[in-house]
Ligand binder design. Structure first.
Ligand SMILES: CC(C)(COP(=O)(O)OP(=O)(O)OC[C@H]1O[C@@H](n2cnc3c(N)ncnc32)[C@H](O)[C@@H]1OP(=O)(O)O)[C@@H](O)C(=O)NCCC(=O)NCCS
Length: 222
């Protein structure tokens, strides 16, 4: 089954909010539908999702041989009078999200998160690869980010991609006053960065397979 990497759209926002809450439970304030919608219209921002097509569900078997209780429930069924209240379920399950801002020659990661149930399967790494590729297409020279001092998992991912610590922001996180570490890549066009990045991309493909379809590349700033 293919995972699709593509730009986030308005219809993805409810699932993006779920992932955000799960990944950053203590963050305050939480993003809202309106704040993400606004971000998606920000010409300096880029938001991506990794989506997994939902398995086709077998339609419920229709039966005319209703029991008395089924018949009674059917008689007072809300949907018989008012139609279905909920929109049909989305065809894709969003399992990871990422976002960054491009400012002058810097792509600054604003979010990167994978659903709990899908962690440690190379998905966060694949999103980071997509960010670096897009940042290079948008002519950013470096990719930067802030990460909590305590967030060793994320730091391990960034270390793997040779991000280096360039500073600390004291009490950056308002929920618990935790410091942020500021990290940056080398120049994306440097030979050292490129050869390491190409090796890691190949290793990722060998390890996790080639079932990613990237529909997000070849996009420029509006
Ligand atoms: C950080 C996060 C995005 C990683 O996503 P993931 O899909 O689980 O990570 P991957 O499976 O792609 O792992 C890639 C690399 O990340 C590092 N890593 C990820 N999870 C790790 C863990 N639990 N412990 C140690 N290293 C870890 C490893 O270096 C790993 O490479 P390896 O498999 O060769 O060891 C995910 O843990 C997450 O959503 N965390 C909560 C949100 C968050 O902290 N985001 C970062 C904000 S700056």
């Amino acid at each position: 089954m293919n995972y699709i990497i593509r730009r986030m759209q308005d219809r993805d926002i409810p699932q993006a909010l779920e992932i955000d809450r799960e990944a950053f439970p203590t963050q305050w304030p939480h993003p809202t539908y309106a704040s993400i919608k606004q971000e998606l219209r920000n010409r300096l921002a880029r938001y991506l999702v990794i989506a997994k097509p939902r398995e086709l569900e077998t339609p419920k078997q229709k039966t005319d041989n209703k029991s008395f209780w089924e018949w009674l429930i059917h008689l007072f069924d809300h949907d018989r009078f008012f139609g279905e209240e909920l929109p049909p379920p989305p065809k894709e399950h969003i399992i990871g999200i990422a976002g960054f801002w491009v400012m002058v020659d810097e792509a600054h990661i604003t979010t990167l998160a994978v659903r709990n149930a899908y962690r440690r399967q190379g998905i966060g790494e694949r999103l980071l690869i997509a960010i670096v590729e897009m940042a290079a297409e948008l002519k950013a020279d470096v990719v930067t980010l802030e990460v909590r001092v305590s967030n060793k998992q994320a730091q391990a991912l960034y270390n793997k991609y040779s991000f280096q610590i360039v500073g600390t922001r004291r009490a950056y996180y308002t929920d618990n006053g935790e410091d942020a570490i500021l990290m940056t890549t080398d120049s994306l066009t440097s030979i050292a960065f490129q050869s390491h990045f190409q090796q890691l991309m190949q290793a990722h493909q060998m390890r996790w397979g080639e079932h990613y379809v990237n529909e997000a590349s070849h996009v420029t700033l509006l």
